[in-house]
Ligand binder design. Structure first.
Ligand code: ARG
Length: 584
């Protein structure tokens, strides 16, 4: 379906055109003075100079032209030349009724279906999933769902960090603890044990212990460094340990991501890109873009338009080791071979911005990506505590994701029990659903690039701009519909209520909002939309008697309006990555 805002704009354009004005830049926009009108058009002001007429005169001509237009109920002119518009209730209701019957609520088909890879999650194996990686998971999952709804083929890649120093640290620590294991015996010929020499809880204790030791014990640090190099050059026993670490960690990560309702199509790892490195470097050498600098190989990425000087991208260190940038470049080689994506989106902490500028520029310079492949770095801000510092546990440690989730669910459970009594099993299940909404909405309702304050008490409130408030509205709608008997979607009409019209206006904006969220990769736009829609619905709910309405035409229309509002809210929360319970 054509977007409602485009229909309204087209009416205006054709009125300007009929009167002999250039319609190109004429658009309608949602009014920024909702107390005065619903939509506005400032085109007369922009055209006045070229037309040699007062803007007020042009606006008046246009208003006269649109007097009987069926899409509008009033078109008024305000000094010095604004056009204030109210839309026709019946025409609006007709449009919304069509949305209710259409696939995807009439969301326009994508002109070209793009292949998009979303690189999010980014957990590091052997390290417990902590809240530093939470935002990536939440934002990336929502973006993936939005891209798909917009008609594209989007795949999520968790891109695990499995090739760095943490692996050498674990190997070195394991060797100190159990030197008798066959993995350390260079003469060992048989098959390595298939059972891992540690459980996930042991692993989670081994890693911080080893990483702590590296900071204080230079001899141990050197061992860890050497073990990393040996692993990366293919020492069999170390590869076997690395495999155990992967298996144990990935099983645990899957469990954690599942709990967040975050799912990846691809469980690729940094190590998967390593085989592509030699040929890639060879190719870069042939293209003449590699430079030797103090023993290292670098690529200059500075451009004349840079405001500050950007350091070159180092692709091979002086000791011959490759780096995070090398891996990310090789991953682009791999992605092109396996998927040939049109767009790659990285959802990573904004403190990695320079790294991605270096990688993107190098990738273009080296023709690792096609010229028309879009590369986007969506850098997100930090999740802070109320003290403005990165969110920590009460004792000041790094907060584990599981702990955070149980704290939220606990807070939700308390609020639920303030409202009414629950069967304990139902209560726990429902608290989990609401808790996830509180967590994800609390995050997504902020613009991704900004830092935000993680405030459990605010996020779990059933009132205000929160996930639970949205769910509460959906549950309220479901509860009315469960008492109402059959709903006829085609009964929707305009009955003349102002609060009803506000809901219709919000519903009509669905495609526009989702399209913007897609184009700007901005889930927060969907959050603010559903907050406004939920508010509009709740005003209507308090003003209008729905089930007690005696006029069957009105009552059926109200019910179909409720039904569509519920469906749109549920569609939107599914784009954000959570769902509503039946009762709360
Ligand atoms: N594992 C990395 C980290 O913890 C994030 C990976 C992001 N993705 C990428 N392609 N570099 O910082």
């Amino acid at each position: 379906m054509e977007k409602y805002i485009d229909i309204i704009s087209a009416q205006l354009k054709s009125a300007f055109e009929k009167l002999g004005y250039d319609p190109q830049k004429i658009t309608a926009s949602v009014s920024n003075r909702p107390d005065l009108c619903e939509y506005q058009c400032n085109g007369a002001l922009a055209l006045a100079k070229a037309a040699g007429k007062a803007p007020l005169t042009i606006a008046e001509e246009v208003a006269e032209e649109l007097k009987d237009n069926p899409w509008f109920s009033s078109v008024d002119v305000v000094r010095p030349g604004f056009i204030n518009i109210n839309v026709s209730g019946p025409a609006l209701a007709g449009y919304v009724k069509e949305m209710a019957a259409a696939d995807k609520f009439g969301y326009p088909e994508a002109e070209t279906k793009k292949k998009i890879i979303i690189d999010y999650g980014g957990a590091n194996v052997a390290k417990p999933l902590h809240i530093g990686h939470l935002r990536s998971a939440i934002i990336g999952e929502s973006l993936k769902r939005i891209c798909r709804f917009a008609g594209h083929e989007a795949v999520g890649d968790v891109h695990l960090g499995d090739w760095g120093l943490q692996m050498g640290q674990i190997i070195a620590e394991l060797q100190e603890r159990s030197p008798e294991l066959p993995y350390f015996d260079t003469d060992f010929q048989g098959e390595y044990p298939s059972d891992p020499p540690f459980t996930i809880s042991e692993l989670e204790e081994i890693y911080p212990c080893a990483s702590g030791k590296c900071k204080t014990d230079p001899v141990f640090a050197e061992k860890a460094h050497q073990a990393t190099l040996d692993l990366q050059s293919g020492r069999a026993g170390y590869l076997a340990i690395w495999n155990h670490v992967l298996n144990v960690s990935i099983a645990d990560l899957k469990k954690n991501y599942d709990a967040l309702d975050v799912h990846f199509e691809l469980w690729k790892k940094e190590s998967d890109a390593q085989p592509y490195i030699p040929a890639m470097l060879e190719d870069m050498k042939e293209q003449g873009i590699l430079k030797k600098s103090e023993g290292a190989l670098i690529v200059d990425i500075a451009e004349d338009s840079d405001k500050k000087e950007l350091p070159p991208c180092i692709v091979v260190k002086s000791d011959g080791a490759t780096l995070y940038s090398t891996t990310d470049l090789a991953t682009l080689v791999e992605r092109r071979m396996l998927f040939d994506p049109d767009h790659v989106i990285y959802v990573v902490d904004k403190r990695q911005e320079l790294h991605f500028i270096q990688v993107f520029r190098t990738a273009r310079k080296a023709h690792i990506v096609k010229d028309d492949t879009e590369l986007t770095f969506l850098g997100f801000g930090t999740m802070n505590g109320k003290d403005g510092q990165p969110y920590k546990t009460r004792s000041g440690g790094v907060m584990r994701l599981e702990t955070l989730i149980s704290e939220i669910n606990e807070a939700v459970l308390q609020r639920m029990q303030e409202n009414r009594e629950f069967d304990p099993a139902e209560a726990e299940k429902t608290a989990g659903i609401i808790g996830l909404a509180a967590l994800k909405y609390g995050d997504l309702s902020n613009q991704a690039t900004k830092d935000y304050i993680f405030d459990i008490s605010r996020f779990t409130s059933f009132e205000g701009n929160t996930g639970p408030y949205i769910l509460y509205t959906i549950v309220r709608i479901k509860s009315i519909l469960s008492k109402s008997g059959e709903v006829h979607a085609d009964a929707l009409c305009f009955t003349g209520e102002e609060s009803e019209k506000q809901i219709l206006i919000m519903l009509s904006r669905f495609s526009e909002v989702v399209e913007n969220a897609y184009l700007e990769l901005a889930p927060h736009k969907i959050c603010s939309y559903i907050y406004d829609l939920a508010n509009a619905f709740n005003v209507f709910y308090h003003e209008v008697r729905i089930l007690a309405e005696e006029d069957p035409v009105k009552k059926n229309s109200y019910l179909s309006l409720l039904q569509l509002t519920g469906r749109i809210l549920e569609q939107c929360i599914s784009l954000l990555g959570f769902a509503a319970p039946d009762r709360m």
